[in-house]
Design a protein. Structure first.
Length: 149
């Protein structure tokens, strides 16, 4: 019983973390970073799973993936929970979209997508979800879909 209480307390403290960093690279590789907001879920990077349900529940706020520099394919989607009233919530999720991009060593990139302001706009965003990958330093869009720049 005591172990369960301590484990629960540690999980609550961990939930206070404002950023979660995932690593998807081999030791010694030159890396780049992709940050993304809480309402975006990264399904995979080059076919490798990044997030899971447990990590999405525990961590709130900004997330980041550190990965080897080079050409990459990322699958992402809108995924957020909205209050209906004090007792009920609604999960709104879009289908995954696929973006391709070239990451340079040492660069930081971010997923750019409009954050819905209310539940109705969240449904609209999920129905017609679009996002881009942007170089955080220059603000230039670096992603393309379906192999077309």
């Amino acid at each position: 019983m005591g172990f369960t209480v301590i484990l629960g307390f540690l999980l609550i403290l961990q939930g206070c973390t404002k950023e979660k960093i995932y690593t998807v690279y081999k030791e010694g590789a030159q890396t780049a970073t992709l940050s993304f907001p809480n309402f975006i879920e990264i399904g995979s990077l080059d076919g490798e799973n990044v997030e899971n349900l447990f990590s999405r529940v525990i961590y709130e706020g900004e997330r980041a993936v550190v990965f080897s520099a080079g050409t990459h394919t990322v699958e992402l989607r809108y995924n957020d929970m909205w209050d209906i009233d004090d007792d009920d919530h609604e999960k709104i999720v879009s289908p995954y979209i696929t973006l391709n991009f070239d990451a340079k060593s040492g660069n930081t990139y971010k997923v750019s997508a409009d954050e819905p302001k209310d539940r109705e706009s969240a449904w609209k965003s999920a129905t017609h979800f679009s996002a881009a990958i942007v170089d955080a330093r220059t603000g230039k869009t670096v992603s393309h879909s379906n192999g077309n720049p």
